[in-house]
Design a protein around this ligand. Sequence first.
Ligand code: SAH
Ligand code: SF4
Ligand code: F3S
Length: 440
Amino acid sequence: MSKKFYIKTFGCQMNFNDSERLRGLLRSIGYEPANTWEEADLIILNTCTVREKPDQKVLSHLGEYKKIKEKNPNALIAVAGCLAQRAGWELVQKAPVIDIMFSSFNMHQLPELINQAQAGYKAIAILDEPPPDEDKIWEFPTERDNPYCAYVTVMKGCDKRCTYCVVPATRGRERSRSLESILEEVKRLTDEGVREIHLLGQNVTAWGRDLPEPVPFSELLYRVSQIPGVERIRFTTGHPKDLTDDVIEAMAEIPQVCNALHLPFQAGSDRILALMDRGYTKEEYLEKIRKLKEKVKGIALSTDVIVGFPTETEEDFEETLDVLKKVRFEQVFSFKFSPRPGTPAANMEGQLPDEVKTERMRRLLELQKSILSEIAKSYEGTVQEVLVEEEKDGKLIGRTSTNKWATLSGSPELLGKIVRIKVTKASPFNLEGEILEVVK
Ligand code: SAH
Ligand code: SF4
Ligand code: F3S
């Protein structure tokens, strides 16, 4: 009987795509997916350490998974991803139940690590630098749940040094995947029926700069759009500083690029932005947004915000609220500042008490809620295109180009099709509508 694996993923879309790659890799060496962790011979926790909360979740899961060894003493527990990279042996000391540890640098080494662990050794392979053969991971097929929308990681790492952020330490410097390798994967995906390609990188708009022959990110958008079968393109995450005019032009010009962009601004106060080392001012950010709204008609924007950065005053915080009011984002991911070990902001003077962060967060969410319900109303009666992604409880579910979920009545034959709908009812997180016609 073949061995079974179970992967639990935390964190960002890149981590999800890494897990999809690990699934493909494990299949290639004869493993099958298990339905529950209790049935698995290999449990992998693909971890995130961007804030303190995900760290705690990993430890509590490890505590639970420990029980597996009572039933199946040969079962292996692996910790992958960003917490593994950051904490290494320190984490093994806290949780000796860990047999295997690796990070996004060396996912391709998993088969060797499994062998080592089966031979009774602790296989802890946390490297200081990504190894020269890390690109091997692109050779394995990815195993995805969604047959129509696929994440495609195009670069790893981040060369920015935002003072609060642990990601450059866990993912390393920027390494772009080659144009050929990306296009080849996109071709394979469209052959399999994928219609929406979601390009991923921690700082995706910087893609191509470090290639032996540099290529601008906008060129990647054009090249992906030329592959037959690519009906939609999204990309995450763009950094405001690297969102150059040619990318905005490409977004406006290429019909498949979705009418949505996630562009984190983090804070509205220039003083806080400088302390964060974000490399732009509030006005420069707003100028980018004006340009985007002017060139890409009807674009839906989303963002990330940090509340309660060290020394943030009431006035600073109000600048953040002001950006929300001016831009009117369709989605805001807001986080209380969480000091991360080894980052400059963790040791800054003027750390704020949790009550202040919680209170500011409450006000931010309240403001955003009212903006969102106004935006939702403006969808009512409009015509939208929806890519139907799944069927649930007899309803079809999909997303608009602006990244809003829509629930529709219709036949399951429409799965994977782009349909034009008239929105009959809109709430902040869901649209309901009637299907007018099948577009393609
Ligand atoms: N590369 C992306 C985001 C990476 S992390 C970018 O540059 O925008 C995702 C989000 O987590 C960040 O945008 C930020 O809002 C939040 N975040 C990162 N570090 C944090 C910290 N120490 N405390 C609170 N939120 C943090
Ligand atoms: Fe972190 Fe800043 Fe890089 Fe984003 S751009 S991953 S927030 S260092
Ligand atoms: Fe978390 Fe690592 Fe992503 S820290 S947000 S999983 S890059």
